[in-house]
Write a new protein. Structure first.
Length: 191
């Protein structure tokens, strides 16, 4: 009987020790498979999100840099993140093919239109050269009368590692947020 109690205690301690070692390695930026992460690839603390894989963390970092560049530089900066053969699919609009065509369409200035987005999820492919992110976006601008205007929706971005090692957007798709349940059947004021 005593032997069974000691064995159970030992298994519990061994499990705790392994968890502490793995958590320490993850916090130090080392993965179990031996891959050392660079500072731009650091994964969040496993105590915050134990499911965050290095590829997903890397894609979230790309999204954050893409969003910051766009917030600072407007449409010109937005277009610069696309691959030569990149495509945008915007809600209710014709697809736009190629970085040059995207740049001709994305002419907004950061002072006039602020596009912000946050990834909800993403995944890197097994070979580590392509992945996707998706999440929520908001566009903030002013109408002709100076009133604040906000558009919201969901987006999907597909990323690809280029031959020079850089990462570019090959597809960016967006759709407007669906109407809320309470907005379904409202009549305009006065009707």
């Amino acid at each position: 009987m005593r032997y069974g109690v000691k064995a159970t205690m030992w298994r519990g301690r061994a499990t705790a020790i392994i968890f502490i070692i793995l958590a320490g390695l993850a916090l130090a930026g080392v993965r179990a498979e031996g891959q050392v992460l660079t500072p731009s690839q650091e994964a969040p603390s496993p105590l915050v999100d134990a499911t965050m894989r290095p590829g997903k963390a890397f894609l979230f970092d790309l999204e954050a840099r893409f969003a910051k560049a766009t917030a600072d530089g407007g449409g010109k900066a937005f277009a610069s993140w696309f691959a030569e053969d990149g495509v945008t699919l915007s809600n209710g609009q014709t697809p736009v093919h190629g970085r040059d065509a995207i740049a001709k369409q994305a002419t907004w200035l950061a002072k006039d239109y602020q596009l912000q987005w946050t990834p909800t999820d993403g995944m890197m492919n097994p070979s580590g050269d392509m992945g996707y992110t998706w999440g929520h976006y908001e566009g903030h601008s002013r109408d002709a009368d100076g009133n604040s205007k906000v558009t919201m929706g969901r987006y999907l971005t597909i990323w690809r590692k280029e031959t020079d090692g850089s990462w570019k957007v090959v597809l960016d798709s967006s759709s407007d947020e669906p109407a809320g349940a309470a907005d379904c059947c409202k009549l305009p004021p006065g009707e």
